[in-house]
Design a binder for this molecule. Sequence first.
Ligand SMILES: C[S@@+](CC[C@H](N)C(=O)[O-])C[C@H]1O[C@@H](n2cnc3c(N)ncnc32)[C@H](O)[C@@H]1O
Length: 210
Amino acid sequence: MSQIQVKIQERYGKEAPNATACLSCGNNLPHAGLQPGEVLLDLGSGQGLEVLNAARLVGPTGFAYGVDMTPAMVEQAEANRREQGVSNAEFRLGEIEDLPFASSSVDVVISNCVINHAQDKGRVYSEIHRVLKPGGRFVVSDVIAKEALPDEVTSDPVAWSLCYGGAIPEDQYLDAISGAGFRRVEFLSRHEYLKYGYPVASITILGRKD
Ligand SMILES: C[S@@+](CC[C@H](N)C(=O)[O-])C[C@H]1O[C@@H](n2cnc3c(N)ncnc32)[C@H](O)[C@@H]1O
């Protein structure tokens, strides 16, 4: 495991017991247009609240999955699922760069403030493309950099764990998506701000697999 992953697990291992913490950088679920019977996958599902909301929206004939690399988060999400009595949801331990899901098995992928943590964003989007069914869609909220961040930030594992060290400029981010096979991306929202003094943007984007 890389030092970046160690710091990410340290941070979220501490956050996990705070069952209702807001760790999001956007509001993607309303844009997903979920229909009864659909299968949803949330990348970096944290305490699982969006998965549990999605499970209600897809109903008993649908299913919502979450995947997260921090064991304490998966345990907390599962505790939340039991407490809320949701039976059509499941949380798996795993990495978004190597998803523990079959190809062409998911209608909708969502992810909220997670892909910035990944060192190979192209690989993550390739995995999204692989697991989506033809015609499937993703709605991702994430943090990008307004301009390339300095080396002292991009080489700092703690900055990566705090959701800005791994933020890359928009053109590189879109290259990662198109390189994975998605031909069109729609920007649904964009909010620019300073994070620890560095100019970043929270974006929510939608893409479809042909
Ligand atoms: C900022 S939190 C967001 C949690 C949730 N999406 C939300 O909006 O509340 C980031 C989550 O992504 C997980 N994560 C970070 N990098 C990951 C990776 N490479 N693979 C799987 N999960 C990852 C962390 O463990 C953490 O639970």
